[in-house]
Write a protein that binds this ligand. Structure first.
Ligand code: PEP
Ligand code: MG
Length: 884
């Protein structure tokens, strides 16, 4: 195996092996840009090192070869006392993990080469000794685990002795003394002296960077960002260039265009006479990049040329780190730059306008997750509110309310109509009711996979977690000395993680207004709206996977249609039995004889017909899948506990009612230990005479009514929870009879199909397809039953722990479990279509609106996904992205 690549040997597409930094350094080298010489040790070498816990055979020899090449290119030898080459040893994984892993600078310095470095720098002793003390400090911490405070203390002591405040006020002799102190610290902790052999320093530094892949914070970061744990990091060994050699040196960062809007221009910061760390640390104020023109016109012009080259090459916004060493420009890093969701859209559109990319490519530059972000209402920050602190944006949205500290208080205050923000150190399952009652949740501990984060996302509730500067007390919290009492109003931003004191006004999303068609005409030319329009139109043109919606009211259906839904994939009928109609359902359940039952059904039927007619009208011309009633009927009855108490109290008072008693008996009789696995779905239809028949008749009649109005209804009747073809055949036989009776020669066509949501149905899909004109995957139940855990209970109970342990990368109720549940989908799709070519296949579980899952369903070749109205645009965009 080859473990080491010179920069000239790599390219930007080798990120797997060379990491992002290494691949882009290689790309720049090959573009002829001024990159310091260097080489990259592959992430494979890191994987091997970590697997064995010891050095990798052949690696050191390869490094020797490449080091020799590097020395030749630079005309200097590593650590040569007379004229030393120094190198930096930098981590760089496939995915950017900012600041999570280690870097060691100035490798090659020792007691002798420090003098050589001074000579190189024109007799600058101060610079040389400062570089040496930085090496011992960084090397000690990173390679040998010396506690950083020990060095900090020594540095502090040096300043006290000298009577100065700033590092820069220390002179060469002070720094030389400090090196002595650092060496003592090093020897005390490590048990031997600071290594003087440059090649040995290099070897140890490389291994330390390898190990930093598994540093706690890196592990945590990967879990949160769902970066696989086994990738390893590449290591870049790069000739040092110095931005701190005087006023003709410096260091800076730049963007090739405005990362917020995509406008081309000069964006960046420059710091004279400084090293990279100083810019990030914010020790001194940086200058706007444009000022570099006055300081060093030659380097400035060259930098602008390079930026144009990089844009022309990457066809995207790039960000750049550079250093100027005595008037000579060096490129230290570039990558395709991070950007906000809004900028991603506007930049993609901008690049199309400039002829840099085409529409297909533009679709790959944005994501459904970004679109979803743009659809949340946001705080109106025009009043420039100042955040009191910042945590992790764990569940997006903008929420304001009075601070409460317990779930009980949240429930109580919310009940009086007051919006509240629940503030906790961390949440646990006992807080659930309070979380439901609150507008938003703020915690001081835990990241994106903490209990609070997981549950809030599941509920679509705004959440900021891990705001670790907050001290949560009983009835107040403090943050940086500021006290916020119970009842004070705060505002939290679940996207940025910012927390504000007081109520920040909320602004509706202009992207939603655009979808709704009620954006003021003046704003239709807004660059963001125009970009969204352009990309959505193209996504629709490209996609082969259609997007329908889950809707069971005319209002939802109409909104989803405005959002671009191509029909209804799931109309749940149970919601139609709530409210006033509950009583009719009770009558049905309590019926003593067929007459009573038929009366109750007879009363329900016209109501159902009206429901369906309204929905069919809104979806005129588009398919509407109506699912026959699914949940256990006792969900429509009072709870056993409540009823038992009520009856007991009534008895006490001598006010017993026969009806209550009958109800109690019925509720007892119908009680189930595992209702989700009990009498529900198709089983109800087979057990309760007339129930499904009533619904089928209502659907058919509504369709005929719309056709009579001149409309074009396209009803599809869907049977839930089927596990065996015989179940479906029985329901189908009855339904067909009713349909042909009602439809007559009206021209209305009604399809009959089934959900695939029981594992057995997926496994016998070939048989079931004989009786079904379509399948719709109910991935909620399919996930619940494939894993054997209750979808209603587990997210708050233990998912947070599973996420923490990495058993899940993401909740399988949120994103399809490809290996398990996904396999069931694949089997059913292929065996179903084998039995019935042209079988229509869709998804109506929550996964239908999840970007990752949409790509999976596209791969499997389904015809459509169906999701809640609000998710329709996200699914449309992802369906388009999956197709390019
Ligand atoms: C499903 O199980 O995925 C589904 C869509 O049905 P419900 O969520 O109503 O059980
Ligand atoms: Mg279901």
């Amino acid at each position: 195996d080859k473990y080491v690549y010179d920069f000239a040997e790599g390219n930007k597409d080798m990120k797997d092996l060379l990491g992002g930094k290494g691949a882009n350094l290689a790309e720049m080298t090959n573009l002829g840009l001024p990159v310091p010489a260097g080489f990259t040790i592959t992430s494979e070498a890191c994987q091997r090192y970590l697997a064995r816990g010891t050095h990798v055979d052949g690696l050191e020899e390869e490094i020797d070869q490449h080091l020799a090449g590097l020395e030749q290119a630079m005309g200097r030898k590593l650590g040569d006392p007379a004229d030393p080459l120094l190198v930096s040893v930098r981590s760089g994984a496939k995915f950017s993990m900012p600041g999570m892993m280690e870097t060691v600078l100035n490798v090659g310095l020792n007691d002798e080469s420090v003098a050589g470095l001074s000579r190189q720098a024109g007799g600058n002793d101060r610079f040389a000794w400062d570089s040496y003390r930085r090496l011992i400090q960084m090397f000690g911490k990173t390679v040998c685990d010396v506690p950083g405070e020990e060095f900090e203390d020594a540095l502090h002591q040096a300043k006290v002795t000298k009577g100065v405040k700033e590092d820069v006020q220390l002179e060469a002799d002070d720094l030389k003394a400090l090196v002595g102190a650092y060496k003592k610290v090093f020897a005390k902790h490590v048990g031997h002296d600071f290594p003087q052999d440059p090649r040995h320093q290099l070897e140890l530094a490389i291994e330390a960077v390898f190990r930093s892949w598994n540093a706690d914070r890196a592990v945590l970061y990967r879990r949160q960002e769902r970066i696989p744990a086994d990738l390893g990091t590449a290591v870049n060994v790069v000739a040092m260039v110095f931005g701190n050699l005087g006023p003709d040196s410096g260091t800076g960062v730049a963007f090739t265009r405005d990362p917020a809007t995509g406008e081309t221009g000069i964006y960046g910061d420059y710091l004279q006479n400084a090293q990279g760390e100083d810019v990030v640390a914010g020790i001194r104020n940086t200058l706007p990049l444009a000022d570099l023109e006055k300081i060093d016109k030659k380097s400035y012009d060259e930098l602008l040329d390079i930026m144009a080259t990089l844009e022309g090459h990457y066809h995207d916004l790039c960000d750049i780190e550079f250093t100027i060493e005595r008037g000579k420009l060096w490129m230290l890093q570039t990558r395709v730059g991070k950007r906000t969701a809004a900028a991603a859209f506007t930049i993609a559109a901008q690049l199309i306008d400039e002829g840099m990319i085409d529409l297909d490519e533009a679709l790959t530059r944005v994501s459904g997750a970004q679109l979803a972000q743009l659809m949340f209402p946001r705080f109106d920050l025009s009043g420039e509110p100042v955040a009191i602190t910042r945590g992790v944006g764990a569940s997006p949205g903008a929420a304001a309310g009075e601070v409460v500290f317990t779930a009980a208080d949240a429930v109580a205050r919310a009940a009086s109509g007051q919006p509240v923000i629940l503030v906790r150190r961390e949440t646990n399952p006992d807080d659930l009711e309070g979380m439901i009652a609150a507008q938003g949740i703020l915690t001081s501990r835990g990241g994106k996979t903490s209990h609070a984060a997981v549950v809030a996302r599941g509920m679509g509730k705004t959440c900021v977690c891990g705001a670790d500067r907050i001290e949560v007390g009983r009835d107040q919290f403090t943050v940086d000395g500021q006290v916020v009492h119970e009842g004070d109003v705060i505002s939290i931003d679940g996207t940025t993680g910012r927390v504000y004191l007081g109520e920040v006004p909320v602004r509706p999303s202009e992207v939603v207004q655009y979808f709704e068609g009620d954006l003021e005409p003046a704003r239709a030319n807004d660059p963001l709206v125009a970009a969204v329009h352009l990309l959505m139109t193209h996504a629709d043109e490209k996609s082969t996977l259609k997007v329908r919606t889950n809707a069971d009211t005319g209002t939802d259906a109409a909104r989803a249609r405005r959002f671009g839904a191509k029909g209804i994939g799931l109309c749940r009928t149970e919601h139609m039995f709530l409210g006033d109609r509950r009583e009719l359902v009770e009558r049905l359940i309590l019926a003593h004889n067929p007459t009573e039952r038929n009366d109750a059904l007879g009363a329900l039927q016209p109501l159902q017909r009206a429901d369906f007619l309204e929905i069919f009208r809104e979806m005129n011309g588009l398919p509407v899948t109506v699912r026959l009633i699914d949940p256990p009927l006792h969900e429509f009855l009072p709870s056993l506990e409540e009823l038992a108490v009520q009856v007991a109290v009534a008895k006490e008072r001598g006010e017993e009612s026969a009806r209550d008693q009958r109800m109690l008996t019925a509720v007892r009789r119908m009680h189930e230990q595992n209702p989700m696995l009990g009498l529900r779905g198709v089983r109800l239809g087979l057990v309760i005479p007339g129930l499904f028949a009533m619904q089928v008749r209502a659907i058919a009649e509504a369709a005929v009514a719309l056709a009579a109005e001149g409309g074009h209804p396209r009803p599809e009747i869907m049977v839930p929870l089927v596990g065996a073809v015989q179940e479906l055949e029985t329901v189908r036989a009855e339904a067909e009879k009713i349909i042909s009776e009602v439809v007559g020669d009206s021209g209305v066509e009604v399809l009959i199909g089934t959900m695939i949501e029981v594992p057995r149905a997926a496994l016998t899909a070939g048989q079931i397809a004989e009786a079904a004109e379509f399948f719709s995957f109910g991935t909620n139940d399919l996930t619940q039953m494939a894993w054997g855990f209750s979808r209603d209970d587990v997210e708050g109970a233990f998912f947070w722990r599973y996420l923490e342990l990495g058993i899940f990368g993401i909740s399988p109720f949120e994103s399809i479990d490809r290996d398990g549940v996904g396999r069931l989908v694949r089997i059913a799709a292929s065996e179903g279509r084998a039995a019935r070519p042209g079988l229509k296949l869709g998804v109506c579980g929550e996964h239908g609106g999840d970007p990752e899952s949409v790509h999976f369903f596209h791969e499997v070749g389904l015809d459509y996904v169906s999701c809640s109205p609000f998710r329709v645009p996200v699914a449309r965009l992802e369906a388009g992205r999956a197709a390019v």
